[in-house]
Ligand binder design. Structure first.
Ligand SMILES: NC(=O)c1ccc[n+]([C@@H]2O[C@H](COP(=O)([O-])OP(=O)(O)OC[C@H]3O[C@@H](n4cnc5c(N)ncnc54)[C@H](OP(=O)(O)O)[C@@H]3O)[C@@H](O)[C@H]2O)c1
Length: 229
């Protein structure tokens, strides 16, 4: 009997990460989903998909928790590693008004820690597999209009760090995807966002599957269209 494909979603307690886990479970995949604490959403998915969902504990800002997960997954194979975790703080602010702490928190959580997680976990993904990180349309410097200035900067920094990651691991044989999901109604996106989760996440998963086996770095929207850096 062939094993189902496996995806690890880092940051899946709620919002888009929880929806990614649900979407892949619905497609018959085995899902490893991480949360920082108890997640009612993941508990509900575990009840709906018994045996197909493993829930793990990771805070991407605590390297030791990522390293411990790597050890627990020793010998496992991930078809897709998807680092989704992210935060938005001080979205109306500029450096003239924001707290340094809010900016540093976003740079750590949205830029440094996701790439560190990819570095620590990437050897579980064989050649032909996929490493995906949730970025944003707002991470595009070329398209920037000044909105969500500090958050946008953290996603631009993520994109830059992934340029370095992809160059360093150019012979890894992975599709490396910086994924922009659109503006989606979650706690982060808010109620004014243009898209429902159902309008975004199934397209994201379709796009990840369409990119399977296509090695190299791409910054793309949910339909797979390239975005300007
Ligand atoms: N919604 C949008 O319109 C939109 C657009 C573009 C990009 N994005 C990106 O999509 C991703 C998910 O956003 P969302 O809208 O679903 O946001 P959300 O509803 O606020 O959920 C954020 C998720 O990230 C997790 N997280 C935050 N800090 C973490 C950490 N240090 N370690 C592990 N997990 C952590 C949260 O876990 P806890 O429950 O423990 O806090 C939660 O699961 C983010 O990277 C975001 O920047 C969102």
């Amino acid at each position: 009997m062939t094993q189902p494909a496996t995806v690890l979603v880092v940051g899946a307690s709620r919002g888009l990460g929880l929806a990614l886990a649900e979407e892949w479970l619905g497609r018959g995949w085995h899902v490893i989903a991480t949360a920082r604490g108890r997640s009612a959403g993941l508990d509900a998915l575990a009840a709906r998909f018994p045996g197909s969902l493993e829930v793990e504990s990771v805070d991407i800002n605590q390297a030791a928790t990522v390293e411990a997960l790597r050890r627990r997954l020793d010998g496992r194979r991930l078809d897709v590693l998807f680092v989704n975790a992210g935060i938005a703080r001080a979205i109306e602010a500029s450096p003239a008004s924001a707290s340094e702490a809010d900016f540093l928190d976003m740079m750590l959580t949205n830029a440094f820690s996701p790439v560190r997680a990819a570095e620590l976990l990437r050897d579980l993904v064989p050649a032909g597999g996929t490493v995906a990180i949730m970025t944003s349309e707002l991470g595009s410097i070329a398209n920037a209009t000044g909105g969500w200035q500090l958050y946008s900067s953290s996603k631009a920094a993520l994109n830059m760090l992934m340029k370095g990651y992809a160059a360093k691991h150019a012979d890894g044989g992975h599709a490396v995807l910086l994924v922009a999901p659109g503006w989606v109604r979650t706690e982060m996106g808010g109620s004014d966002a243009l898209l429902s989760i159902e309008e975004s996440i199934p397209r994201v998963v379709d796009m990840i599957e369409a990119n399977r086996g296509r090695a190299g770095l791409r910054y793309v929207d949910r339909f797979g269209a390239p975005l300007p850096w």
